[in-house]
Design a protein around this ligand. Structure first.
Ligand code: GTP
Length: 352
């Protein structure tokens, strides 16, 4: 099967991290985010992937090239102006040869493709939408299905009294080429708010299929951190090949860990290539350190992400925050929950 991945968005909710890199290329546990999804597709038999790019296309080519490294044949369809999710799919019409998988490029999910496809074919749907269950559906687009799993209704961000189900659009679709005729070519158009409701209105057959695997939309700063905490905590399978294990620490090549550094609580700490953690550094929960990061003596880090080249000063404290590339955090500084420091930020010692 072929897969088209939508990767053209600006990723505004992930600023400042997306100022330099597009969301699908931002590192998640030290690999470009989309690599996790691409490797999973490859594991499930997908061989040809088209990336629909818009924002910062060169970053994709640099990270993934022609896909050879990942065992995939990877191609790119670039939009000089954003076409929206539907416009991007329409532009790629010639890529659709039979049933095609379409994915949002900012969702971390373990999708059982064989079951999804079987269901799509069994009910002879023109479009099938993967669904995931959430505890609070009021922040999402709900998809209501009938007893046979066919889509009955779409409900965008309902109020608590309007909630009729807990299944939301998981950002993965199986689409037959015939469904794309409804999308006007060359204009800004949404697949979720345009094509799907239009198909439903015209009585075309759409199915919903509930995926029970791990699911997380990494589109906000909170969720981006959550992806790391979950991965290092074991909620989704990390690619661990080539890492050395020392208790709760995972060390990439060239990483150095002082025997006097400590970790407490659940989770693990990942040290990227060439990263150094000095004596007396204290970790708790899940912490991801990129390549060539330096954590000075006595620093304390809890549940956070530190990107490549950052320096964490002595006796500083970082709690549930995101630190961009090449950031300098002066000694004795405190960075609290929800904070995100853009690439190259400088904090003078004792900053709060
Ligand atoms: P925000 O600006 O933070 O809302 O992020 P976003 O721009 O990525 O938008 P959103 O999260 O709604 O997008 C969902 C998926 O569709 C992401 O994988 C985007 O990269 C992709 N996407 C959104 N708009 C476009 C577009 O115009 N063209 C293409 N090719 N992909 C898009």
């Amino acid at each position: 099967m072929r897969a088209l991945i939508l990767t053209g968005g600006l990723g505004t909710r992930l600023r400042p991290l997306t100022l330099a890199l597009p969301k699908p290329v931002l590192p998640v546990v030290n690999r470009p985010f989309l690599e996790h999804q691409l490797l999973d597709l490859r594991r499930q038999g997908v061989r040809e992937v088209l990336l629909a790019t818009g924002y910062k296309p060169k970053a994709f080519a640099k990270a993934f090239g022609n896909g050879h490294r990942l065992g995939l044949k990877l191609r790119y369809a670039h939009e000089t102006r954003p076409l929206g999710t539907g416009g991007a799919v329409r532009q790629a019409l010639s890529f659709f040869k039979g049933t095609t998988l379409v994915l949002n490029g900012d969702v971390l999910q373990r999708l059982d493709l064989a079951s999804f496809r079987k269901r799509h074919l069994d009910v002879r749907a023109e479009v099938s939408i993967a669904l995931t269950r959430v505890a609070d559906p009021t922040q999402f687009g709900l998809v209501e299905t009938n007893g046979r799993g066919l889509v009955k209704r779409f409900l965008e961000k309902p109020s608590p009294e309007e909630v009729t189900c807990d299944t939301i659009n998981a950002g993965a679709y199986l689409i037959e080429p015939s469904a794309l005729d409804l999308i006007p070519p060359g204009v800004l158009y949404s697949i979720e708010r345009g094509l799907f409701p239009e198909l439903l209105k015209r009585g075309r057959r759409m199915a919903g299929w509930v995926s029970n695997g791990y699911w997380l939309d990494i589109g906000t700063l909170d969720k981006y951190l959550q992806a790391h905490v979950d991965g290092l905590g074991g909620a989704w399978p990390l690619p661990l090949a080539g890492l050395r294990h020392k208790g709760a620490f995972l060390l990439d090549h060239g990483a150095r860990l002082s025997p006097r550094a400590s970790h407490e609580g659940r989770g693990r700490v990942l040290l990227g290539p060439g990263t150094t953690v000095e004596a007396g550094a204290r970790f708790s929960g899940s912490v991801c350190l990129g390549a060539d990061v330096r954590v000075a003596p006595g620093a304390a880090l809890n549940d956070c992400v530190v990107l490549d080249g950052a320096r964490i000063g002595a006796e500083s404290r970082l709690d549930r925050c995101l630190v961009g590339r090449n950031v300098r955090i002066g000694a004795g500084s405190v960075v609290g929950p929800g904070r995100a420091l853009g690439d190259g930020s400088r904090l003078t010692p004792f900053s709060r």
